[in-house]
Design a binder for this molecule. Structure first.
Ligand code: SAM
Ligand code: SF4
Length: 436
């Protein structure tokens, strides 16, 4: 059971009664969930959340290595935390996650930021309580970037969820795909599916605790079960969860287009709780670039999937990830990305400038575009998406939609905000007396 806090399982000496912790998270939903596990382990040992860095006894930075920018932000943040550590020698600073899991990076961080007490990689998460205890006693930076992760060692860890209506639910860790630009398989390891029954058990206790919405997580949820040599695949998992009382909405992230099966589309069509939203990263619209990226699908196949999805689930909202400036991307390749965007008519796109990641195959290729040219392509792509998103959203004016209310709007506390089943954020004025 993922969300139950099992105090007896944690070392008594980690007792953090009266101590406060602060977490700072970069990157994807997998990292957000890992931070919830770190917070769960700390709270079960008596820690409570700090209001900010100044009243924290422990600060954990959970890092991302997918692009260079978040790494630079971590370095900037650590520079600022140095002054805090000088003022408060008892403050413990820990840096975890994907960034130190890259070869040589943990050592480099330890050398540059000597005041950091603990550096731990993605595989060390279940060992965090013991590591923290050792780091407190050590006068040097303690580093654990071992890739050994015992099967099942993440099961049963306590989770402090950041929202009370929505829960992340990991179904598979790691990735086997080795897209040529991507660091994830190197820092998160090979695919490891969780057992079907463990996931169902977690979902059942989440539903019983009042969570209405769950998002199943994996770098590629579509390969769920391949390593278990089970009969049941991701579509079976979705259909089983769809029958569960208590849950209202089921979402999942991320799907790789090469593994999106007709069975999965059928499960989405039939499942009443499975939301009409699919995040299907395409990355590029040119077959030449897709091949260089090692994505293992063609532009034509991707567009066929879009058509099949829209036919099966007419209200579906499609979102994607796109990159510009991949090594060797010509004007013509970029034009094909724009064409694909126009044809697929995504509800939303997450657009990125390619960032070379040391150790990946693409990082060995020469980059021909200047930073200015890459930014120019990003702006053109983003503007096109903004226009399409506006057209799609305007077509919803006057329609009634179901919202799961998330609370006060971040932009305007007088308003409430909620999400549609299609994952659109809606800000609205709530009637008097019915606010949460
Ligand atoms: N597993 C997911 C997938 O296959 O789409 C997500 C992987 S990654 C955390 C999220 C997105 O970051 C990718 O879809 C890609 O667009 C982007 N990304 C990954 N590596 C990148 C790189 N080296 N430079 C720029 N963007 C990158
Ligand atoms: Fe990275 Fe590709 Fe794996 Fe996604 S599928 S995590 S982009 S290697």
């Amino acid at each position: 059971m993922q969300q139950e806090i099992l105090e007896k399982d944690l070392p008594a000496r980690l007792a953090g009664k009266g101590k406060r912790y602060l977490t700072i998270t970069f990157g994807c939903q997998a990292n957000e969930f890992d931070t919830e596990v770190l917070a769960g382990m700390l709270e079960s040992a008596g820690y409570s959340a700090a209001g900010g860095p100044d009243d924290a006894d422990l600060i954990i930075i959970n890092t991302c290595a997918v692009r260079r920018k978040p790494e630079e932000k971590v370095a900037g943040l650590l520079g600022r935390l140095k002054a805090l550590k000088e003022k408060n020698k008892d403050l413990v600073i820990a840096v975890g996650g994907c960034m130190p899991q890259q070869p040589g990076v943990a050592r480099d961080l330890a050398r540059r930021f000597r005041f950091v007490d603990l550096i731990f990689g993605t595989h060390a998460l279940p060992r965090f309580p013991q590591l923290l205890e050792r780091a407190r006693e050590s006068r040097r930076t303690l580093v654990d970037v071992d890739t050994d992760e015992e099967v099942g060692s993440r099961e049963g860890l306590p989770v402090r969820r950041s929202r009370d209506f929505h829960a992340w639910l990991p179904v598979i860790q790691g990735c086997n795909n080795f897209c040529s630009y991507c660091i994830v398989p190197y820092v998160r390891g090979r695919e490891r599916s969780r057992f079907f029954d463990e996931i169902i058990g977690d979902a059942r206790s989440l539903a019983a605790s009042g969570y209405m919405e769950i998002t199943l997580l994996g770098q590629n949820v579509n390969s769920y079960g391949n390593d278990l040599h089970e009969e049941r695949d991701f579509a079976d998992l979705l259909m089983e969860l769809d029958k569960m009382d208590g849950l209202s909405r089921i979402r999942f992230l991320t799907s790789h287009p090469k593994d999106l099966s007709p069975r999965l589309i059928e499960a989405m069509r039939r499942g009443e709780k499975i939301c009409e939203h699919l995040h299907l990263p395409v990355q590029a619209g040119s077959n030449r670039i897709l091949k260089l990226m090692n994505r293992r699908y063609s532009r034509e196949h991707y567009l066929e999937l879009v058509l099949a999805l829209k036919e099966a689930i007419p209200d579906i909202s499609l979102t994607t990830d796109l990159m510009v400036g991949f090594p060797g991307e010509t004007e013509e390749d970029f034009r094909q990305t724009l064409d694909l965007m126009e044809e697929a008519r995504f509800d939303q796109s997450f657009t990125f400038i390619y960032s070379p990641r040391p150790g990946t195959t693409a990082a060995k290729e020469k980059e021909l575009l200047s930073p200015g040219e890459k930014t120019e392509r990003l702006v053109i792509l983003t503007e096109m998406q903004n226009r399409i998103s506006l057209e799609i959203n305007k077509a919803l004016v006057g329609k009634k939609v179901e919202l799961l209310v998330e609370g006060s709007s971040k932009k305007n506390p007088e308003m409430q905000s909620g999400r549609t089943r299609t994952n659109k954020l809606v800000h609205f004025q709530c009637c008097r007396g019915s606010q949460r």
